[in-house]
Write a protein that binds this ligand. Structure first.
Ligand SMILES: [Zn+2]
Length: 81
């Protein structure tokens, strides 16, 4: 019997569509009867969606050397120390 532990172990494969047809059917049957696992899968999908939205789509053109110099300016001990 496919149970909650199986769902947690196969979640990534299920979401990525990398499970056999039999496993997918077992997974879906379990989700049909288990509210906790349905909520878990939805939470994982929401997290994936949030991360994909937050991921930067533009090239990072930050001047890193200037950023390091600025950080050093504010973190270096002052002459009074
Ligand atoms: Zn379950």
């Amino acid at each position: 019997m496919f149970d909650c532990k199986d769902v947690s172990e196969q979640t990534n494969n299920y979401i990525d569509g990398e499970v056999s047809l039999i496993l997918r059917i077992r997974f879906m049957l379990h989700l049909f009867i288990c509210k906790s696992c349905r909520a878990y899968i939805q939470q994982i999908r929401n997290t994936i969606m949030a991360i994909s939205i937050l991921e930067p789509k533009e090239k990072d053109d930050t001047d890193k050397s200037a950023l390091v110099k600025t950080c050093l300016l504010y973190t270096s001990p002052s002459p009074r120390d």
